[in-house]
Design a protein around this ligand. Structure first.
Ligand code: SF4
Length: 450
């Protein structure tokens, strides 16, 4: 990939886990009542009661300085019980206010650090959910994010017995220098131990989450991290781009500055090197930043064009409704987005008052819904069909330079991303994004696209 292309297209832009993206939500439209109306509308429009459930477990014992997640750092485990009580309560509020009994197809524990919580608290949480909803009899997937430093055999056993068959291990990079820079010391032995135990218990899909573009990370570090990863051959690998967003309040990106970060071409080289090593070991690239062995459901979904993307990233479970429980969680009814309160205290207080603790959100217009579909198709399948000729003209105009550079092509009403355009798919999505039109400055709003 040429340096010129990277310099040209490495601009601030959304990651498109939603459309409209959060900075463009019209928050004033949304309160609990209007949010629940969109939930009901989803149920009647799609004639389905199937949902995905995301549960945010925000506590971590120490701060990793690269982290952009909503988390609370504490070593005080007395926080566990009141927080789990609040999540169970929030679930009960949903059940009492929704006019149908949901069928869960997907349940994911994210954070924060889900394994900060004791196995018994996690068991209490999951039991209260699965005993009050229906679980899809054949198509369901329970997964959790595991921190290699504090995931015990008991965590793995208890969660497996509750139906969890998939976990992702947060790794980032094995280099001691990088680990020190990001304040996350985590030797290979810790990962290897949790990985081996999970395999022994019977987890069918283990994912390793790696990050490229971290402070002080070199090409040799990436090669070494991939080599160590290949010793364990996880079913899936996420290879995320480090998002440098120091302006976002509370993310804790400190202890290094821009000079410590690999830039533009250098950063992309890290990804391309890892990609080549993974592909020669038998992995298939899925979407923008994921890899999977051919037997894994994510690789199969990519091949069958059934891949879906939601706030949790790429997924095989294509539900049109996601309920997010817990502090800062985002729910998505396809027709609306709703985000919960972003502090533990405000979240717990509102739930205990019997409210769904929504603090901001957006109701999608017809235009939003059409653009959302195009962006989702581009991100998952690298092509989309634009039936509206006027909009197609507008999009073609926005993509004219990418066409000249061989990154997109047009076939009739279809817009297709070429092989060399895949790293720039976010840039292509930006040509569909009407919210960006006329926006003077995207710096300080979004991380860079490449
Ligand atoms: S990377 Fe994970 S463990 Fe580290 S601070 Fe962020 S959420 Fe917590």
């Amino acid at each position: 990939m040429s340096q010129t292309l990277i310099q040209k297209y490495n601009v601030p832009g959304p990651r498109y886990t939603s459309y409209p993206t959060v900075p463009f939500w019209k928050n004033s439209q949304l309160d609990e009542k209007s949010w629940l109306e969109t939930v009901h509308f989803n149920y009647t429009s799609f004639s389905t009661n199937e949902i995905s459930l995301y549960i945010h477990l925000p506590f971590c014992e120490s701060l990793c300085t690269f982290c952009g997640c909503h988390k609370r750092i504490t070593k005080n485990h007395a926080v566990e019980t009141p927080y789990i009580n609040a999540v169970i309560e929030e679930w009960k509020i949903y059940l009492s206010k929704m006019d149908f009994t949901p069928v869960i197809r997907e349940l994911h524990l994210g954070g924060g650090t889900p394994t900060f919580f004791s196995p018994s608290e996690l068991e209490r949480l999951i039991t209260s959910i699965v005993t009050t909803a229906n679980i899809h009899p054949t198509e369901f997937e329970f997964s959790f994010e595991a921190h290699p430093n504090n995931t015990t055999d008991e965590h793995l056993e208890v969660l497996f017995s509750l139906g969890f068959k998939r976990l992702s291990l947060g790794i980032q990079d094995y280099s001691p220098t990088v680990q020190q820079a990001i304040h996350r010391i985590q030797p290979f032995e810790n990962v290897s131990k949790v990985h081996a135990k999970a395999k022994e218990i019977g987890y069918s899909s283990i994912s390793h989450d790696l990050v490229f573009g971290l402070p002080k990370q070199t090409l040799a570090d990436v090669k070494d991290t991939v080599a160590k990863t290949l010793l364990l051959m996880p079913d899936r690998i996420s290879l995320y781009s480090y998002a440098h967003v120091p302006w976002v309040k509370g993310v804790g990106q400190r202890g290094y500055d821009e000079n410590d970060l690999p830039q533009d071409y250098e950063k992309r080289e890290l990804y391309e090197t890892a990609k080549a090593l993974l592909e020669s070991a038998g992995y298939l690239e899925v979407g923008m930043d994921h890899f999977a062995l051919p037997h894994d459901s994510l690789a199969i979904a990519m091949k069958n064009k059934t891949l879906h993307r939601n706030f949790m990233g790429y997924t095989t479970q294509n539900t049109s409704m996601m309920i997010g429980l817990g502090m800062s969680s985002i729910s998505d009814s396809w027709f609306g987005f709703a985000q919960n309160e972003k502090t533990v205290e405000a979240y717990q207080e509102r739930v205990m008052q019997g409210e769904i603790p929504v603090f901001r959100g957006h109701i999608l217009s017809q235009e939003d819904l059409q653009i959302r579909r195009h962006i989702l198709d581009l991100m998952c399948h690298f092509e989309t069909e634009v039936k509206d000729d006027n909009f197609l003209d507008e999009v073609k105009l926005g993509l004219s330079e990418m066409l000249e550079d061989g990154l997109v092509t047009f076939e009739g009403n279809k817009v297709l991303i070429t092989e060399s355009g895949i790293p720039f798919v976010r840039n292509a999505c930006m040509a569909f994004d009407r919210d960006l039109k006329g926006l003077e400055k995207r710096e300080g709003m979004f991380s860079k696209t490449v």
